[in-house]
Design a protein around this ligand. Structure first.
Ligand SMILES: Nc1ncnc2c1ncn2[C@@H]1O[C@H](COP(=O)(O)OP(=O)(O)O)[C@@H](O)[C@H]1O
Ligand SMILES: [Mg+2]
Length: 395
C-alpha cells in the first residue's frame, strides 16, 4: 500500500519566485536560474512513492535538496508546485488546522540536532509532543515511559539531558518522536553527528524498533553504508532531482551515472554484494539418471572438473568429480549414485559475500546456491567472486 506519494514536487526559495519558476519550467539549469534571479531551486521536480512499513532512504551530497524535500513532506515549508499525498489525501491543499493536526499525529520527526530542552528531564522531553497534542498528564507519562523503554532508556527518565551522552540524547529524540505513535517517521541525518560506534548501535536499534513497530520511515543520510543498512529502497538526489531509485543491490550493481558511481566507489562491496549477484548460472548439471559417460562428457565440454547433480525437479543431490566418473567407466559401472559426493556446501542467494568468502577458503568444490526447496539456482566458484569484485573496481 502506498503511504506517501510525491508528485512532481518543486521548491524554489525566494519571495519572487515566479520568474525563476518560469525559467525552471523551460528547463533552464539551476545555476543559471540562481545567477539570473537570485533564487535557489531546492527541489526541482521530484516524484516517488513510499510504501507502508518500508524504510525509504534519501541519499545525496550536501545541498542536494534532501532536507528541503523532508520539510516539504511534512509541510513545514510550502511547495512552489507539485502534490503530496498521505494515505491518499492531498495534503498540499489542506487547511492550516488539519495540517497542524496531521503533522502532530501522523509525522514524527528526528533531526541531527533536535531541540532537547536542557531544563526538562528526559521524560519531560519525551512528553513534549504529547503535551502539544493536549494529551492528559497521566496518559502522557505512560506513553512516554513506553517510548523510553523502546529506545533502551527506561531508567533515565528523571535525569537531565546534561547527564546523557550524545547517543543517549539522540535516543531521547527518537523516543519523543515515537511517543506520539506516528505512522510516519521522518529522520533527517538523525545519526550523522554520532561517533561511528554509537552510530552503528543506533542503526541496529532502529532496525530492531522498526521490525516491531513497522512504521513508514523516510531516512535521510549522505552516508551510503548507512543507506544500505537501513533502506528497503534508496533514492539518490543530486541538485534537487532524483538521479536514481532502487534497492541498494540495484544501485550498486547498476549505477545510473557517474555521480552514483562516485558515491558507491568507497563502499565495501563484500558487505553488500550477495551470492545472487555473483553466482554463475548452473547451465551444466548432471541428472541422477545420467550414466558416467554422459557425466564425463558434460564435464569435459564445460571445461570444469566436477559437476553438480540434481534430480528431475532440479533439487540438488551432490557433486561428481571427473576422475571418479572416469574410474567407474573403467570398471564398467553404469550408475553414478556410488560416486555422488554429498559433502557440498549450499547457501541461499541472499548470503552476503562477507560470509561467503570464509566458506570458499575451506571447500574444494564450488558452492551451490539453492532456494528454500533446495533447487539449484547457481554456482559460485572462487574465480567468480574475484571477477564479481573486479568488475566493480574493488580489490
Ligand atoms: N531557507 C532556504 N532559503 C534559501 N535557500 C535554501 C533554503 N534552504 C535550503 N536552501 C538551498 O536549497 C538547496 C538544498 O538544500 P537542502 O535541502 O538543505 O540540502 P541537503 O539537505 O541535501 O543538504 C541548497 O542549495 C540550499 O542552499
Ligand atoms: Mg540536510
Amino acid at each position: 500500500m502506498v503511504k506517501i506519494k510525491v508528485e512532481n514536487l518543486v521548491k524554489i526559495f525566494g519571495d519572487n519566485y515566479k520568474k525563476a519558476k518560469e525559467m525552471f519550467d523551460k528547463g533552464i539549469p539551476k545555476e543559471e536560474i540562481l545567477k539570473k534571479t537570485g533564487h535557489t531551486v531546492g527541489v526541482g521536480g521530484v516524484s516517488f512513492k513510499v510504501y507502508e512499513g518500508e524504510t525509504l532512504v534519501v541519499m545525496g551530497l550536501s545541498g542536494s535538496g534532501k532536507s528541503t524535500l523532508l520539510r516539504l513532506i511534512n509541510r513545514l515549508i510550502e511547495p512552489t508546485s507539485g502534490r503530496i499525498y498521505v494515505d491518499g489525501d492531498d495534503i498540499t491543499g489542506m487547511s492550516q488546522k488539519s495540517l497542524l493536526n496531521l503533522r502532530r499525529k501522523k509525522f514524527g520527526m528526528v533531526f541531527q540536532k533536535f531541540a532537547i530542552f536542557p531544563h526538562r528531564t528526559v521524560i519531560q522531553n519525551v512528553e513534549y509532543g504529547l503535551e502539544i497534542q493536549g494529551i492528559l498528564p497521566e496518559q502522557r507519562r505512560k506513553k512516554s515511559e513506553e517510548a523510553l523503554e523502546l529506545v533502551g532508556l527506561k531508567e533515565w527518565g528523571d535525569k537531565y539531558p546534561k547527564h546523557l551522552s550524545g547517543g543517549m540524547q539522540q535516543r531521547v529524540g527518537l523516543a519523543r518522536a515515537l511517543a506520539i505513535d506516528p505512522d510516519i517517521l521522518l529522520m533527517d541525518e538523525a545519526f550523522s553527528a554520532l561517533d561511528p560506534l554509537i552510530r552503528r548501535e543506533m542503526q541496529d536499534e532502529l532496525i530492531d524498533i522498526q521490525s516491531r513497530m513497522k512504521k513508514t520511515i523516510i531516512f535521510i543520510t549522505h552516508d551510503l553504508d548507512e543507506a544500505i543498512k537501513l533502506g528497503d529502497r534508496i533514492i539518490l538526489m543530486k541538485d534537487g532531482v532524483v538521479v536514481q531509485e532502487g534497492t541498494s543491490e540495484e544501485i550498486l550493481t547498476n549505477p545510473s551515472d557517474e555521480y552514483v558511481e562516485k558515491f558507491i566507489e568507497h563502499v565495501d562491496m563484500s558487505k553488500v554484494l550477495t551470492a545472487q549477484a555473483i553466482m554463475k548460472s548452473a547451465e551444466t548439471v548432471g541428472f541422477l539418471k545420467d550414466g558416467p559417460r554422459t557425466i564425463l562428457r558434460k564435464i569435459q565440454e564445460a571445461g570444469i572438473s566436477s559437476i553438480f547433480v540434481v534430480d528431475n525437479q532440479h533439487k540438488i543431490q551432490g557433486i561428481v568429480e571427473a576422475e571418479d566418473a572416469a574410474s567407474i567407466i573403467k570398471k564398467g559401472e553404469k550408475d553414478i549414485k556410488s560416486i555422488i559426493s554429498r559433502n557440498i556446501k549450499t547457501i541461499s542467494p541472499e548470503m552476503p559475500l562477507n560470509d561467503l568468502l570464509p566458506m570458499m577458503v575451506d571447500t574444494k568444490y564450488p558452492v551451490a546456491v539453492v532456494n528454500d526447496e533446495k533447487r539449484l539456482l547457481g554456482v559460485i566458484v572462487r574465480g567468480s567472486i574475484i571477477a564479481g569484485l573486479a568488475k566493480r573496481g574493488v580489490e
